[in-house]
Ligand binder design. Structure first.
Ligand SMILES: *Cc1c(COP(=O)(O)O)cnc(C)c1O
Length: 386
């Protein structure tokens, strides 16, 4: 028993240090980390560039609040705008908060047009966070249970189903935005058909909706582009990210383009900690390192290597339903529940995740060597083939 609220079923292991793709526990045992704290430590653990940036920032100034100018925040906003094709950035501290900002933007977009009940289209199996609005947007009945009443102003469609969205567009004049993950993460790395985002863009344009993408998990280079929508030639109106941006220092961002970028005015939204000097120092170091070491192209290359390796090593195993991935968002879907693989992985010295009970999810660091990528393949295949 501990004094912690029981929000997580924790595994009985505590890590005392990390180094690149490896973690060490309190007994000195080493593990390869194919999860990176849920797509957070994309540069691996204790990355020297992040360590140096936050150490030096901590020696100078940690926090002043957004009542004053924060030059490193302004510079980070410019960098992120350039990377994304967006115009303006709002800084928050987590994925859920970044998504709250997006949801508020959608509602302002609607209320400015005199729409009384601005409604956002969200999808089944999605995950957008645990605050009341992001929980409502999340397409999983289990996480809603006990927390009703949920918010008004959301309608749901199956993911990767354009005709369902079209049906909503034809029947609901109060819709103001569509909000989706370009690759669904918690759902088990669900990759939509080619053309899905382009078709959503078309419908959004036709009906004056905002196209809003949740790249909290898929952003920051993980899929082989900085943002997953950059595999297409469309731009969203709003995009959020968080997880990998600070390599472990909490930071979330909501970026917007065109009229959506001008919606928030003083008094509309805010955050005490959002974009503070420490978080911005970490994010600058992450962007510097992604660029300097070409880690985004490397993520694509590593993803191909791991997918190929898994396909070979698991060939002929009839437990396998599908092996899929986009860069370093990788899933091995089994035909039967496999939650025991998490604990078995710990025994075997690998951290991995099982989502939806049957899907092994891998979100390893973008800094893996070929040998480390092969070690992940060998360990995962060993566990599944055992
Ligand atoms: C993790 C996640 C969130 C929530 O982020 P938090 O930082 O935990 O609030 C939102 N959307 C997606 C797609 C995520 O993967």
């Amino acid at each position: 028993m501990t004094s912690l609220m029981h929000t997580y079923n924790r595994l009985p292991v505590a890590f005392t240090k990390g180094d690149g793709a490896y973690l060490e526990d309190s007994e000195g045992k080493r593990y390869i980390d194919a999860l990176t704290g849920l797509a957070v430590c994309g540069l691996g653990h204790a990355h020297p560039a992040v360590t140096a940036a936050i150490s030096s920032q901590a020696e100078t100034l940690l926090h002043t609040s957004n009542l004053y100018e924060i030059p490193r925040q302004t510079e980070l906003a410019e960098r992120l705008a350039k990377i994304s094709g967006m115009d303006n950035v709002f800084f928050a501290n987590s994925g859920a908060e970044a998504n709250e900002a997006a949801i508020k933007l959608a509602r302002l977009h609607g209320s400015k047009q005199g729409i009384k009940r601005p409604t956002i289209v969200v999808t089944d199996e999605s995950f957008h966070g645990r605050t009341m609005a992001t929980l409502t947007a999340t397409g999983n009945r289990k996480v809603h249970a006990g927390f009703e009443p949920l918010l008004n102003g959301f309608v749901r469609a199956p993911f990767n189903d354009i005709s369902a969205i079209q049906h909503i567009a034809e029947n609901n004049p109060e819709v103001v935005a569509v909000f989706v993950e370009p690759v669904q993460g918690e759902a088990g790395i669900t990759i939509p058909d080619a053309g899905y985002l382009e078709e959503l863009r078309g419908i959004a344009d036709q009906h004056n909706w905002l196209l809003m993408l949740d790249e909290v998990q898929s952003g920051n280079g993980r899929t082989g582009k900085f943002f997953a929508y950059q595999h297409t030639n469309i731009l969203p109106d709003v995009v959020t990210t968080a997880k990998g941006l600070g390599n472990g220092v909490p930071i979330g961002v909501c970026l917007a383009r065109g009229p959506a970028a001008e919606l928030f005015q003083p008094g509309h939204h805010g955050s005490t900690f959002g974009g503070n000097p420490l978080a911005c120092a970490a994010a600058h170091a992450v962007l510097d390192t992604l660029e300097r070491d070409n880690l985004i192209e490397r993520a694509a290359e590593l993803g191909d290597r791991i997918l190929k390796g898994l396909n070979t090593a698991l060939h002929g195993n009839n437990r396998i339903k599908e092996i899929r991935g986009k860069g370093l968002m990788i899933a091995v879907e089994l035909a039967d529940p496999c939650t025991e693989l998490v604990a078995k992985g710990l025994e075997a010295g690998i951290l991995l995740n099982v989502t939806q009970e049957t899907i092994v999810r891998l979100l390893p660091p973008l800094t893996l060597s070929d040998a480390e990528a092969d070690e992940i393949v060998a360990k995962v295949a060993g566990l599944i083939n055992a």
